[in-house]
Write a protein that binds this ligand. Structure first.
Ligand SMILES: [Zn+2]
Length: 153
């Protein structure tokens, strides 16, 4: 698990807890980066194996909650968000995605759900996410966001 502050690859586990909120099989670990000393938490959640994700190139992979956390972190990294805020936002995204009990999702559906949650949470992070994932994004919507929040760029 890479450090969210310096991207260093080595961390030590300070504390391990099982069962987080409504997810009995989740494992939450408090870590400290060995490079910069930053403390952060990671959350491991078992994925339901029957859910797969079809990517734009046609390949299929297992649904991975960590990828949603990673894209949220990527979008929010300049916003100084606490890790548990990112976790609960990811939880919201996953909850919405899995609410209909899908067997397969597409990477577009996941991206759109991430954007929808980001939009209400942090418009700047939303715009940043759009700029990274604009290939499946409605360009008009992107430009509208930029013109609304353009002063901050
Ligand atoms: Zn670090």
């Amino acid at each position: 698990m890479r450090c969210p502050r310096c991207d260093g690859g080595d961390s030590r586990v300070l504390d391990t807890r099982t069962g987080v909120g409504a997810i009995p099989h989740a494992v939450k670990r408090r870590r400290q980066c060995l490079v910069c000393g930053f403390r952060f938490s990671t959350l491991e959640v078992p994925v339901r194996e029957e859910i797969t994700v079809r990517k734009r190139d046609g390949s299929v992979e297992e649904f991975d909650r960590q990828k949603i956390v990673a894209s949220l972190q990527c979008a929010l990294k300049k916003g100084n968000r606490r890790r548990d805020e990112v976790d609960s936002l990811a939880e919201k995204v996953v909850g919405l995605l899995l609410a209909a009990k899908p067997v397969q999702l597409t990477s577009e559906e996941i991206g759109k759900e991430v954007m929808r949650c980001l939009q209400g949470y942090d418009p700047l992070a939303y715009a940043r996410f759009l700029s990274v994932h604009k290939s499946f994004v409605n360009l008009e919507e992107f430009q509208k966001t930029l013109s609304t929040h353009g002063d901050a760029f």
